[in-house]
Design a protein around this ligand. Structure first.
Ligand code: THU
Length: 137
């Protein structure tokens, strides 16, 4: 992903974070997912008073894209404006993203566009044998 695309995705993720519903953690997160056709979908974290039902920004963005009929993705950029360090996707989000993102898909996260940690799906979710099982027919 080139620098301009990364910056523009970060800005969309940052704007999504402003919509965060996070009265419990007060930790806003935004995510922007780039589809292979060039379209972009965003999501934010949506908390719940039954804490375990919280939906992270990454799953929020992915489900918005899937709901619009997209199934092929190139990259995800995650903005965590309330932390001055990069916050990587949680284990549940890694599992869910890996359902649709190939191991080379780029996943970047950070508090600002110039301090993004770059990663890939394969680095965040290695040894994904279940993904291979899904290809059996
Ligand atoms: N959160 C995300 O949305 N994505 C992450 O990658 C890390 C955590 C949310 C969940 C919860 O609403 C808040 O951040 C604190 O954990």
């Amino acid at each position: 992903m080139d620098k301009n695309t990364r910056q523009s995705l970060f800005e969309k993720a940052r704007q999504a974070a402003e919509k965060s519903y996070s009265p419990y953690s007060k930790f806003r997160v935004g995510a922007a997912i780039l589809c292979k056709d060039g379209s972009v979908f965003t999501g934010t974290n949506v908390e719940n008073r039954s804490f375990g039902l919280t939906i992270c920004a990454e799953r929020s963005a992915l489900t918005a894209a899937i709901s619009a009929g997209k199934t092929e993705f190139e990259a995800v950029v995650i903005a965590t404006p309330d932390a001055d360090y990069p916050v990587s996707p949680c284990g549940a989000c890694r599992q869910v993203l890996s359902e649709f993102l190939g191991k080379d898909a780029e996943i970047d996260f950070g508090a600002s566009a110039d301090a993004l940690q770059s990663s890939t799906m394969g680095e965040l979710f290695p040894f994904d044998a279940l993904h291979e099982l899904g290809k059996r027919s």
